[in-house]
Design a protein around this ligand. Structure first.
Ligand code: GDG
Length: 747
């Protein structure tokens, strides 16, 4: 109603204004018409009365002529009639002939133009017409018309004009209001979308109306065409993005500003991007050396979002506000870190228990039996719920974009979806997904799958893991699996299962590459008491049984057995960062690794440098890069690994295009880096041969292989990983708004 009034009143005013403005024009036009009519009428009267008048003039009956003229003036429009025999004569006239009209001055009323004479009754029109008679060639007939009817007609016309415009305004308003009421929301949404650089017919974000009003049927074909057009444009843009964008943090920020400006972005991970640690009296801010943090930070900075993570630092509680939030990075806050506190029991059950003793071995198939305890599961559910609550409380809108990270949060997507049905939830599973038979042993397999299917997009590193996931869903829950598009529909919601191979930042931080390769070679050898010409191999891993460190050592032993020439000439430095040391399996693994290194060193290292240098401690990233740059080869022998960033970091570190990468075929990275020496870590002989090949490879071959691998890592870097997921999410949001299905949609 308010809308109608707001629309009708201005329209009425505008049309009234138009009517007022055009009235004089209409007057002028109608006056012209009337004058022409009257002139014709005057000629008609003249020719009609000519004959009787001549007869009476001939009979010299002046009194009869006046009476004759008076009869003619009974016509309401004819005011007076007169006759002048010649310019010097006296006018013979009906009553009311104005005194100004004299035979001597008839010339002023003759000729072209409208001859008007003002009078008390209103304007009079004077027409002087010659008599067509040989007997009286100078005779002139005068016909005076009353023009006051014109002003009466003009008033009437203006009144009708005014009413007509008002009627027109009312009809236009009515039609417009009816159409507007039908399509108001759709069009408004469309206009807003257009202004935001999106598509037409978008559903408003915070619509208080009943959910998803359908487009009026009349608009449906247009909507479909627009939808198709937008999809084509998007596909075009995406293709351009893929091929032309050089993915840098700035490019990622730029694209996000364009695609997701003003969107509410929330990241959820177990690990926090910054932790505050107490070191005696000092407080230290630690940044985990993690690819995940490197990848997600530019997103958070660009969107000023919120990162929710377990507050695990010893001084974390001292640095948060009353909402458990702290601005990070600490020196120049760009986004909020919301810390979630976990009790020792929660951490034991959720993190060490179900996540790392259950899901981790379940997904890695590294021949360590998963342990499933119902008490761990209960904590896992409770902690996931705690994170879900934090997400809901941090969400500033009804449809945030939530990036859920990893296997610690498998139930979170569904929990968020239940509370925020319009959210766009992107879940990334950083570890492998096993085949259905292996996954089947999980007692809560349905719950885990249903939890993950709360996601709008579910990402894995490789297509193989996507396939395994889809097969598992197909086997264990009632969901519709579309293998052509890789969309799974469950409970009416759709999840796009997609491959997004993670990578490293490119180029690597300048600080890591500061020291030249020659300096690194020399200082690392010096640090480890190795001769300058000594061949050096390197391994950098968390001390995890899935990384195949035992198998790696076995391959080194086999190399020395098969090629004893390398004894005393080759050393392998294994950097092993302590991890999950509260878990028995990890303690046992550490013992096994230590014992094996000691045994091999005893066997082959008596007379000179040891074949293996084992460094079980955390190293700073600069030190790690120093080893990468100093080494002749890097050996990644994971028994199963989602991607493995160490392989890519080694490639990134070698701007001298030297060094050989030996890479397990069971890593996601092996699918992207076929120029590495790809091996089966369970095959000790094959690995030993690869070690020998690497140690003897010509510099040219090293360069050729390294150049190809560097090209790939540069192009498919971590900013692309993050950017592609978010671009897909943005496209999905646009599409779901077009099709009126919030939160989830097919890609
Ligand atoms: C999971 C998936 C996937 C290692 N030791 C030290 C240290 N590191 C750094 C490495 C590398 C990172 O840790 C390890 O990354 P990975 O990818 O190799 O493996 P996970 O930790 O198991 O990661 C894996 C990854 O998620 C990402 O999605 O690739 O498949 O299992 O950056 O350099 N860093 C420092 N000191 C160490 O002692 N500073």
């Amino acid at each position: 109603m308010r809308l109608s009034l707001r629309f009708i009143l201005p329209l009425l005013l505008v049309l009234a204004g138009i009517a007022y403005a055009i009235a004089p024009l209409v007057d002028k036009l109608t006056l012209g018409w009337f004058m022409r009519d009257i002139e014709i009428r005057s000629s008609l009267i003249a020719s009609t009365i000519q004959e009787p008048l001549q007869e009476q003039l001939a009979a010299n009956k002046n009194a009869k002529i006046a009476e004759f003229f008076n009869r003619i003036t009974q016509n309401e429009r004819i005011y007076a009639v007169g006759y002048c025999p010649d310019p010097t004569g006296t006018v013979l006239a009906s009553r009311w002939l104005p005194a100004e009209i004299r035979c001597a001055s008839l010339g002023r009323w003759e000729g072209p133009g409208h001859h008007l004479l003002p009078s008390a009754q209103g304007p009079l029109q004077v027409a002087v017409l010659p008599m067509v008679s040989e007997a009286m060639p100078a005779g002139r007939l005068i016909v005076v018309h009353d023009m006051s009817f014109i002003s009466r007609r003009s008033e009437e016309t203006n009144r009708y004009l005014f009413y007509a415009f008002m009627g027109l305004a009312a009809v236009i308003s009515l039609i417009t209001v009816v159409i507007a009421q039908l399509s108001w929301r759709g069009w408004m949404a469309g206009m807003r979308s257009l202004l935001r650089g999106e598509g037409l017919l978008r559903r408003p974000e915070f619509d208080a109306q009943p959910a998803n009003p359908p487009s009026p049927p009349g608009f449906k074909p247009i909507a479909r065409d627009l939808q198709r057009l937008i999809q084509e444009l998007e596909a075009d843009t995406r293709a351009r993005d893929e091929s032309q964008v050089t993915w840098t943090p700035e490019a990622l920020r730029g694209i996000l500003r364009g695609e997701l400006s003003g969107e509410d972005v929330i990241v959820v991970s177990n690990r926090e991007p910054y932790s505050h640690q107490r070191r005696g009296e000092r407080i230290e801010v630690q940044r985990p050396a993690s690819g995940l943090v490197t990848a997600l930070e530019p997103i958070m900075r660009a969107c000023s979002g919120t990162w929710i993570a377990h507050g695990s630092g010893s001084a974390d509680r001292d640095f948060v506000d009353k909402n458990d939030c702290v601005g990070v990075p600490p020196d120049k806050p760009a986004y909020q870190l919301r810390r979630v506190w976990l009790s020792a029991e929660e951490e034991a059950g959720y993190y060490y228990g179900f996540s790392n003793e259950g899901l981790w071995p379940l997904c890695h198939i590294a021949h360590v039996r998963p342990t499933f305890r119902s008490s761990d599961w209960a904590q896992y559910v409770a902690v996931n719920r705690k994170f879900a609550k934090a997400v809901v409380s941090e969400a500033k809108t009804k449809d945030p974009i939530v990036l859920v990270q990893d296997y610690h949060m498998a139930l979170l997507p569904k929990m968020i979806r239940d509370e925020l049905p319009n959210a766009t939830i992107i879940t990334f599973w950083h570890i492998p997904w096993p085949n259905p038979e292996s996954f089947a042993i999980c007692p809560w397999r349905e719950e885990v799958l249903e939890g993950l299917l709360g996601s709008s997009i579910l990402g894995f590193h490789t297509q193989f893991h996507c396939n395994n996931f889809v097969d598992t869903v197909d086997r264990f829950i009632e969901a519709r699996v579309d293998r052509a598009s890789f969309n799974v529909t469950f409970g009416g919601k759709s999840t796009a299962v997609r491959r997004y191979p993670i990578s490293i930042a490119w180029p690597p931080e300048a600080e890591m590459m500061e020291k030249s390769v020659a300096d690194c070679r020399s200082s690392i050898r010096q640090l480890n008491d190795l001769p300058q010409e000594h061949k050096l191999g390197v391994g950098v891993d968390r001390l995890d049984y899935t990384k195949g460190i035992v198998e790696r050592f076995r391959a080194i032993e086999r190399l020395l057995e098969l090629n004893p020439d390398w004894i005393g000439r080759f050393t392998f430095v294994q950097i092993a960062a302590p991890t999950r040391s509260g878990i028995d399996e990890y303690q046992h693994h550490e013992e096994q690794v230590r014992a094996m290194a000691a045994r091999i060193n005893t066997r082959f290292g008596r007379q000179g440098p040891p074949p293996i240098v084992l460094k079980i401690e955390h190293h700073e990233p600069r030190e790690v890069y120093g080893y990468f740059r100093a080494a002749d080869l890097c050996f990644v022998s994971s028994l199963h690994d989602g991607m493995n960033l160490v392989a890519k970091e080694f490639v990134g570190a070698r701007d001298d295009e030297r060094g050989v990468l030996i890479l397990s075929e069971f890593t996601g990275a092996a699918r992207e880096l076929p120029e590495a020496l790809v091996v089966n870590p369970y095959d000790a002989d094959q690995c030993a041969a690869a070690l020998h090949l690497a140690l003897t490879m010509s510099p040219n071959e090293q360069r050729d292989r390294m150049r190809l691998m560097r090209g790939l890592v540069a192009e498919y870097n971590v900013f692309r990983w993050a950017g592609r997921m978010l671009l897909d999410a943005a496209a999905m949001r646009r599409r779901s708004r077009l099709t009126d299905k919030p939160g989830t949609s097919t890609l």
